[in-house]
Design a binder for this molecule. Sequence first.
Ligand code: CAA
Length: 248
Amino acid sequence: MSERVAVVTGGIGGLGTEICKHLARAGRKVIAADLGNREERLAAFREETKEFNGSIVFAPADVSRFDDCAALAKHVAATYGEIDILVNAAGITRDVSLRKMEERQWHELMHVNLDGVFNMCRQVVDGMSARGFGRIVNISSVNGQTGQFGQTNYSAAKAGMHGFTMALAREVAKKGVTVNSVSPGYCKTEMVMKVPEDIRNQIVAQIPVGRLGEPSDIARTVAFLTADDAGFITGANVPVNGGYFMSF
Ligand code: CAA
């Protein structure tokens, strides 16, 4: 069997890099897709992944643009082979209470977090179905399940991702393609570290295991769901949140 090709959007981000590493360790050829203009982050990513000797590569793409996603899929197919595994990990926050939220803050977030999932899945679903194998994982969030103060936009997008996941899972279930969500809780990423410290401390105090998650806690779940023999798990949402969800 030839090496499976995986694309991870948000691939140079907090969770994305770790997901790339776990998939590479599972023997996948991994393409980390992300914005091309983040020089500093890209340099750190290259340093962090150099031990993988070329099994993790970077490709620029803005998931909020359908044409970028189409060009990415074409480039990957021509250079590395058709996409077998897609992990939608690109996501942003625009935290602010609804009464202060500007229209721009709603739409920017939706374009990346929700349109991005459509834009990427649309590129791969035909090919995966025709070849009889595919694994799609959408990185949602505990806040899509519980809601969070200051995150009407983010919580709506993340809950929407799981609705999308279940609907697409049904459409491709007979084609050997699985579609699942992973809902991380609060993890040690730049995104979470941007939450004001006092609020973050209150959140950590509610996590039964008593700590923030590690990106590897999420990445191992993605590796599990994308395994070749994970074909009976589809339309599921896997919470990985240190028991935070139980606090509600
Ligand atoms: N719960 C209850 N009340 C809160 C609150 C909260 N979490 N946060 C603020 N308030 C209160 C304030 O005390 C204040 O009260 P008063 O008006 O009585 O003084 C009022 O609400 C402030 O309301 P504002 O409209 O002024 O709030 P804001 O627009 O300034 O926004 C916020 C506040 C910056 C959004 C802040 O609530 C916040 O940072 N919340 C956390 C958001 C969060 O958890 N983001 C997660 C990012 S990481 C991520 O998303 C990854 C993942 O998937 C887990």
